[in-house]
Write a protein that binds this ligand. Structure first.
Ligand code: CA
Length: 699
């Protein structure tokens, strides 16, 4: 194991100050009201995070991204006494995806619309709330909700990214901005939803936007000034403009169809970024290409580096170190942005420092963290797009039928585009040696729309399920040890489980969407020991921390509700401790607006045109066939359908911009909104007919 010289110094300094830190920890622990300046996080503290196991100072607590708490006051023998210590209502009804930090008695969380809140970790008293005032109209540049997954802390500062692409540093004590820089390029539809990571005074952050037209990248910034230090593009730009470096030239050789640069290429670094202190590398995952359909992106069938890849760059200057692409010429939306965990484990009887991922594509991978050499790839869920991975070449053995864009035939894909594992945290317990994966099984028909009905008729046993579970995975043997019960989301949608948190109390905490609960399992054998009725979906993962001698478990909850976009969704931060007996109030009842009764005014051709407009511009947020994701309004219930003028005021003139519905004028042609209104009325009519049918008693 070689440690860079800068780190040797840091490690030495860390050893020298650790005793003082521990002493400091005691005073911080017992005197939460008379604190030194908060969030004094630095390299020494983060490298020695296990010496302050009561803190949660970075996104996954440690640079290993293992998402494990070494606390054991709450354990498998006393968990029956775990109850709610306090909760805080969060001012939103949108999805909550944040992982809190807890540093020196203060909890920091993010809220939708890139807001940040600081709370007293013992009482829940709000210390400050910062709103970066992202313009509502920016929502049309966001694929998947106005989410944010967390902040980073360093030297008294709280650092986070915003939906409109700013990177902001706040004073941890006051919540006042210290600096703010525009991080994303101006000209395209970028957004930031992921948590930054910080090491040696450098902030590492990427962006989202590959559903639109962006060119992915990861950046490093000076944490004190906000100055950008380097940028690593994940796909090559227009060769005529010259390549930024040799790596881009190498990547460009894997794109066979000129013009890819016009749509940006995609490959955004929207979630996983891991700092490997052993090798001084920044290791990150990239998302789908743009367009997502590989044939439309590159009919020449190039691998398209670094789309859906794991890439390592040197932390110092952002220069390329290694890459691995699990799905060359990717076409199934198998983003590779899932958490990248560092493990020191035996592989084939040899101690190795590896980086591991439970990929959206269904395989659990190990790579040598220094070189990127593929060491193992084994499915952790149902997989039918590949029969395996060739360890010698690193390439998957792709099942030809899984590419309908080449065969012209329907295929029932698993994992479907929702994946086998998404952004939800997985957790590793060094005590059990198991990785706890929020895993899903998703089957989805892909291929020509007009053949799907016939396919279903010909294959009546076609699986079309989307289920989630907690899977305990032995990363050495590469096999499942246990799994929780399956969670089925009857309403559909793309999320079903929350993140996982393993603790030294032989527990794994894990929430879910369908049962609206936060549960604990015995880490060794998966026995379900405890659960709490959260009254709303749990999408994020929990953390655990200690203040004044008490261990707490905290989880931010809030997800889609049956009443849709306008319904209160019980978004809250819930904090538990042994003996906690706070009662969680019910969510106020809500009645959904009725389906529109606007009369159809158009012919079939206009409705068909409207369907195409809807699919191109509206479906991403408002749901396929109008079956809205409840995080955005169900347009079949919109009062605006009663008049063209009302609809145009919203769609073309941006009347609801501040609520997130910006003007689509630049994306629409003359007559599109008329067709759109006709289509939405047809959907409302169909839904009313279906409701009337199902209201008739069965005989
Ligand atoms: Ca994607």
């Amino acid at each position: 194991m070689s440690i860079p010289s800068t780190l040797k110094f840091s490690a030495l300094a860390g050893a020298m100050v650790s005793a003082a830190l521990l002493a400091g920890c005691q005073s911080r622990d017992t005197a939460s009201s008379a604190l030194p300046p908060p969030a004094q996080v630095n390299m020494q503290r983060l490298l020695n995070a296990d010496q302050e196991g009561g803190q949660w100072m970075s996104h996954s607590r440690t640079y290993d991204e293992q998402y494990f708490s070494p606390l054991n006051q709450i354990n498998d023998t006393n968990i029956a006494d775990l109850g709610l210590a306090w909760f805080v209502d969060l001012p939103t009804n949108q999805n909550i995806e944040t992982t809190p930090l807890m540093i020196d008695g203060v909890v920091y969380i993010t809220l939708p619309w890139s807001k940040v809140m600081a709370l007293d970790a013992k009482t829940g008293k709000q210390l400050w709330l910062y709103d970066p005032k992202v313009a509502g109209a920016w929502n049309i540049n966001i694929c998947c909700g106005v989410d944010n997954r967390g902040v980073a802390a360093w030297n008294g500062r709280i650092i986070f990214g915003t939906l409109d692409g700013r990177l902001i540093s706040l004073d941890a004590k006051t919540g006042e901005p210290v600096w703010s820089v525009k991080s994303t390029p101006d000209e395209r539809r970028y957004s930031i939803t992921g948590a930054p990571r910080i090491a040696n005074g450098k902030i590492f952050v990427g962006s989202a936007g590959a559903e639109f037209d962006v060119r992915g990248y990861v950046d490093a910034y000076d944490v004190e000034t906000g100055e950008r230090l380097w940028r690593f593009w994940t796909v090559p730009g227009d060769p005529a403009a010259g390549f930024e470096n040799k790596t881009m030239e190498m990547a460009a050789a894997t794109w066979k169809t000129p013009g890819w640069w016009n749509t940006g290429g995609g490959a955004t670094v929207w979630d996983a970024i891991t700092y490997d202190a052993v090798n001084d590398l920044v290791i990150f995952g990239t998302g789908n290409g743009t367009p997502g359909d590989a044939v439309r992106r590159d009919a020449g069938q190039g691998d398209n580096l670094f789309v859906t890849s794991i890439v390592a760059v040197h932390a110092e200057d952002g220069s390329y170190a290694w890459h691995y692409q699990p799905t060359p010429w990717e076409t199934w939306d198998y983003d590779t942005d899932q958490q990248l965990m560092l493990l020191d484990i035996d592989i084939d009887g040899q101690k190795r420092h590896v980086v591991s991922q439970a990929s959206k594509n269904g395989f659990f991978y190990h790579f040598d963290a220094a070189t990127g050499k593929l060491l193992s790839a084994v499915p952790f869920t149902d997989v039918n797009w590949a029969t395996g991975v060739d360890l010698a070449t690193g390439r998957p053995n792709v099942v030809p039928e899984s590419r309908p864009n080449l065969t012209g035939k329907v295929f029932n894909l698993t994992p479907g585009p929702a994946g086998a594992h998404a952004w939800q945290s997985m957790s590793y317990s060094p005590l059990t040696g198991l990785v706890y994966i929020p895993a899903t099984t998703h089957w989805q028909l892909i291929g020509p729309l007009d053949q799907r009905q016939k396919y279903l008729a010909d294959h009546p046993d076609t699986k079309q399920t989307f289920t989630g579970r907690l899977t305990a995975w032995d990363p050495v043997a590469q096999r499942e040890v246990w799994r929780s019960e399956e969670f089925i989301n009857p309403a559909g949608g793309v999320q079903v489980t929350g993140g996982a948190l393993a603790t030294a109390g032989n527990l794994v905490f894990h929430g879910n969407l369908p049962k609206r609960e936060f549960a604990a399992y015995r880490a060794t054998d998966g026995e379900r020991l405890w659960s709490f009725d959260t009254k709303t979906a749990v999408l994020a993962g929990g953390i655990s921390y200690q203040v004044d001698g008490d261990q707490y478990v905290a989880v931010a909850v809030g997800g889609p509700m049956p009443g849709g976009y306008y319904a209160p969704n019980g978004a809250r931060l819930l904090v538990f401790k042994l003996g906690g007996n706070t009662v969680l109030p019910d969510i106020p009842p809500f009645t959904e607006a009725p389906l529109s009764t606007a009369a159809q005014f158009a012919d079939a051709a206009t409705i068909t045109r409207g369907a195409a407009v809807f699919e191109a511009q509206c479906q991403l947020c408002h749901g396929r066939n109008g079956a809205a994701r409840s995080t955005f309004p169900d347009l079949r219930r919109s009062p605006a359908l009663t008049s063209q003028e009302s609809l145009d005021t919203i769609v073309l003139q941006g009347a609801l911009s501040e609520r997130g519905m910006g003007s689509f004028r630049e994306y629409l042609q003359d007559g599109d909104t008329v067709a759109l209104r006709a289509y939405l009325i047809s959907l409302a009519e169909a839904a009313r007919a279906q409701a009337a049918g199902s209201a008739t008693p069965a005989r």
